[in-house]
Each structure stands twice: as C-alpha cells, then as structure tokens.
Design a protein around this ligand. Structure first.
Ligand SMILES: Cc1ncc(COP(=O)(O)O)c(C=O)c1O
Length: 376
C-alpha cells in the first residue's frame, strides 16, 4: 500500500455534495467579485481568529504584500524575519524595495528565535514578521514584548499564519497577536480553496480601512484614486468553497492533531530522529509534521522504496538564495536555519490520512532508521 504525502481528492469527495451547490449558487447569482459570500466568509473567519476585521484577498502572498503596503513600507525600511521559511514573506518585503533582516531560528524549533530580535532591530526597522511555520505559532509573547524600536516606539507585527490557521498560543489564535495576520488558502493549507486565496486579519480599524482601500486600487470613491494599490480580491467562488469547508475546520484541525499525536508516540525515542516538540502554551495544527533526521537521504530512499511520501521543507535557507544575493548574507550566518535545511523531513499528514496509512508511515520510518537497513 502506497501512502501519499497528500491527497486532496479525499476531502473533495467527502464534501462534493455541499461544495457543488455552493458554487452553483454563486454562478447563478453572477456575483463573482465581492458580494455577500465573500463578506460572510470574512465575518466568520474574523470571529474564528478573534479579531474584528478580515479582508479576503487573492493569495497568502498578496495578504502579506497588501499588509506591508498598508504599513507604507518603503525602500530602505527594514523588516525583521526568519530565513527558514517559504519565500513569500521575504519576497513581499523585497517587492516593496524594503530589506529583510534575518534572525536565526530557535535552537529546538523552526520559528524565529525571539531572543535575537532586539539585536536585529535598528533605527530603520519598520515591522517584525514572524512566521508560524508548519502550523506552530512563533513564541508570540516574546515577539510582542520585543516589538519596540530603539527609541521605544511600538513596532507593528505582521504574522504569517499561512500554515497555521487554527493554531493557538496561550489560548489565542494565530493571527490575533499582531497588527495584521496573513493566511493562505492554498489547497493544501489547513483551510484550502480550489485555487489561490488568502485573508488578512486585523483588530485595528484604521489598518482595516487601508487594507480595503489598497486592495481596490486605492480608489475612494470608485475611479478616484487617492493611492496606488492593486487588485487583491478573493473570488466569490473560492469564498463559497471555503465557507463550506470552514464548517469542518475544527474537525480537520483535530484530525491533524490526532495524526501528530500518533506520530509523537509511535516514533518516540528513535535514534537519529528528532520529533517536533512544541513548548508550553502551544497548540499547533500540524500543516506539516516535520522531523529532523541525521541521515535524511537514507531515510528518504527507504520511504520511497516502501511507497511512503515525504517532502523537504525547505532545502535551502533564504539568506543564501540567489534572489537575495544583494543583501550580502553568507553561508554560515544562520547556522541553525542551515542545519535545519539539511535535516528536516515532512511526513504525510492531512485530515483524511487513514489510520492504517499512518501506521505504515511509522513502520517505514522505524525500519529505515535501523542500523544496516537497506537504503533502497
Ligand atoms: C509560510 C508561508 N507564507 C506565505 C505563503 C504564501 O501563500 P500563497 O501560496 O497562498 O501565496 C505560503 C504558501 O505556501 C507559506 O507557506
């Protein structure tokens, strides 16, 4: 039996009877841009996250770009963030001509090390951008406590919760800590659309107004442009699909947690393997279940041979990527992030993963780590 790394068809098959009529309703109404379906999803998700406002947007990347635009980020401005993540948050900072300033990740986790923030914050710092990687919140108490300029002014925090909708830290939802929280509805995310989509969460009335203005080409009223914005809209068809899935979000999150708890137990104590270890106060929703493996290539080969999917997030840290060369970082600047790139391996986890499949994953991992196990 092969175990897929991810299988989206199962969720669709389970919800098809609800999703198809929801799409048809939008098509019949022909209110495909904006309208009540988008507004209702925004309202429901704002309530879920625990903030007053949510703005549906075209992708997680655009959620980040729009939020940074709303902060008036300009060339020369700096944003402190992590070098161990997907490219989107860093690319968004750079598209505005601003400069990402990296701090290394925690010694025993994958999120930015909050104890490094103060030394990275300087007179040009305009925002902090923590990423809740793999579905676990960054250490938000310490991030928020560090979010001050050298002269003591509060710095806005933009949370990237692309992978972490539903995750909590100290009883608060990811996306509710900072000035803005940016989520992705990429199909494999905790709440996935049938295409691209995203949302920005905020509790700040003024920021909310700016987000809406900039998401509509800076027009107020229509065709009178007071700023340069863009088209960052969420399609109504995607919103209809997401609304159906939202009814099941907590169940999806619970199933991800149950799979993670199973792996935690079934893979505990194996030599050469380090399991994710969320600290006190964290309640992750594992969008990925990422282990560290001393001899990754050998384990990957074994899993392949057993038909078990796996993936590497991320094979290369951002500070050594060609697109960031001009920033002048060198290999060796962020040793923890670089080491993570050599060791990380994501195992299959998605709500519809079957019990017998996760058992097979655990069996294959155990076998693959045994000394003398054949690599292929
Ligand atoms: C951490 C992180 N940030 C941002 C994004 C961007 O989201 P999208 O693909 O919806 O643009 C992703 C998507 O994979 C992500 O993993």
């Amino acid at each position: 039996m092969a175990v897929p790394f991810f299988d989206l068809t199962r969720q669709y098959a389970a919800l098809e009877d609800d999703i198809r009529p929801a799409i048809d309703q939008v098509l019949r109404s022909q209110q495909c841009i904006g309208g009540p379906v988008v507004a209702e999803l925004e309202e429901q998700l704002a309530r879920y996250v625990g903030v007053r406002h949510a703005v549906g947007v075209s992708s997680g990347t655009d959620a980040l770009l729009l939020s940074l635009m709303a902060l008036n980020l300009k060339p020369g401005d700096e944003v402190v963030t992590s070098p161990f993540t997907f490219f989107a948050p860093i690319g968004s900072v750079m598209r505005l001509g601003a400069t990402p300033v990296f701090v290394d990740i925690e010694p025993d986790g994958f999120n930015l090390d909050p104890t490094r923030l103060t030394e990275a914050i300087g007179p040009r710092t305009r925002a902090l951008l923590p990423i809740h990687l793999f579905g676990q919140c960054a250490q938000m108490d310490q991030v928020m406590a560090a979010a001050y300029s050298p002269t003591g002014e509060a710095l806005p925090v933009i949370e990237d919760l692309a992978q972490a909708l539903g995750a909590q830290f100290e009883g608060r939802q990811a996306g509710s800590f900072g000035a803005a929280g940016c989520v992705s509805f990429f199909p494999t995310k905790n709440l996935g659309a049938a295409g691209d989509g995203g949302m920005v969460f905020t509790d700040d009335d003024a920021l909310h107004e700016r987000l809406r203005l900039l998401a509509r080409h800076g027009a107020r009223p229509k065709y009178h442009h007071i700023e340069v914005g863009g088209n960052f809209r969420l399609d109504a068809i995607q919103a209809a699909i997401l609304s159906v899935k939202l009814r099941h979000l907590e169940a999806f999150c619970e199933r991800r947690r149950a799979h993670a708890a199973y792996y935690d137990e079934a893979l505990a104590g194996l030599e050469g393997l380090t399991l994710p270890s969320p600290g006190p106060g964290h309640q992750p929703v594992h969008n990925q279940y990422v282990v560290r493996v001393a001899d990754r290539a050998r384990l990957v080969a074994h899993l392949q041979q057993r038909g078990v999917g796996s993936a590497v997030y991320y094979p290369e840290a951002l500070h050594t990527q060609p697109a960031l060369k001009a920033l002048g970082y060198q290999r060796g600047d962020f040793p923890r992030a670089e080491k993570a790139c050599e060791e990380v391996l994501a195992l299959p986890i998605f709500p519809e993963l079957r019990v017998e499949e996760r058992e097979q994953v655990a069996r294959a991992v155990r076998e693959g780590l045994q000394p003398g196990a054949p690599a292929t």
